[in-house]
Structures are given as C-alpha cells and as structure tokens.
Design a protein. Structure first.
Length: 157
C-alpha cells in the first residue's frame, strides 16, 4: 500500500489525540484503562508542540485526499536528562493499524522522523520498546539503531 507521510501541524494534532491515546493503550497494554489519557495526550501536544524535538507524523493512504484518517502514527516528544546533560527526541508511538502492517509504513515513518528532526538540529532519537518485543527491536536495529540501557519498571501500588 502506498502511503504519504505528513507532518501533523499543531492545529490538527489535537484531533489525533484520541487515536494516539488508543495506540498508547495498545502498545503499553500493561497500563490500566484510562478515560483521561486522550485529554492528557492533547495537553502534551499543546504544551510541547513548538519544541524542535516534538514530532507527530501520520501515514495517510496515498489514494485518499489529504487529511484522510491515518493508518500509521509516529509521536516523538522532547526528553531531557538534566543530570546527564543530554536531550533527545523520545519515540513514544510508532503505530500502524493492523490491516496495514508489514507494508513498510513504520519504516517510512522512522525515516521521515529522522530527516525532519535532523533538519531541526535534534541530535538523537531514543526508543523504549517493551522487553521481549523482538519484532519492534528488529525494526530499529535493521535501521541502524543501537541497543542502549534497558529500562526496568516496578509497580509501587
């Protein structure tokens, strides 16, 4: 399937908050159901949308008119570690609708993100794939991403 990758403008980004919240719920399936997630996503978009490390891309079917429902999404947010003095763009969502997977959409989203963020002067992108998700780790590694530190989580509730 041919898809065009479009950078979502700040004005259109809040419209995708619900889709992004649903993608987050699927990607991070260990999270409890949360009716307020879409509102938080929209607030984050509005708060950080002007930061060069913030990026929202949509993959739209090429044969559809511009603004058609996205079949793939990429969301990267600014990430700073004041203690280490590092900053990057943290990949939060790399998502393709199930019927459109295995067609290169995620690859094109990642490539476009790299090009756009580089032009903005962002030095690196970081991803935190779920432990054991070899498919997504493979996507990254085949495209030159290098494994770094592993993130461990412990619930305190």
């Amino acid at each position: 399937m041919k898809a065009r990758i479009v950078e979502v403008t700040a004005a259109r980004a809040p419209v995708l908050a619900g889709r992004l919240a649903a993608a987050l719920a699927e990607i991070y399936d260990e999270l409890p159901a949360d009716a307020g997630r879409a509102a938080r996503v929209e607030r984050e978009i509005r708060a950080r949308g002007a930061d060069p490390a913030f990026l929202l891309l949509a993959a739209e079917p090429a044969e559809s008119p511009p603004g058609a429902p996205a079949v793939g999404l990429l969301l990267a947010v600014p990430h700073e570690d004041a203690l280490l003095g590092t900053s990057s763009s943290l990949l939060r969502v790399l998502y393709t609708e199930a019927p459109f997977r295995q067609r290169g959409i995620a690859t094109r989203l990642l490539a476009s993100a790299g090009e756009i963020l580089t032009k903005r002067g962002v030095a690196s992108m970081t991803a935190e794939p779920l432990y054991g998700d070899d498919a997504i780790v493979g996507i990254f590694e085949r495209r030159g991403w290098v494994r770094g530190r592993m993130v461990l989580t412990h619930s305190l509730s």
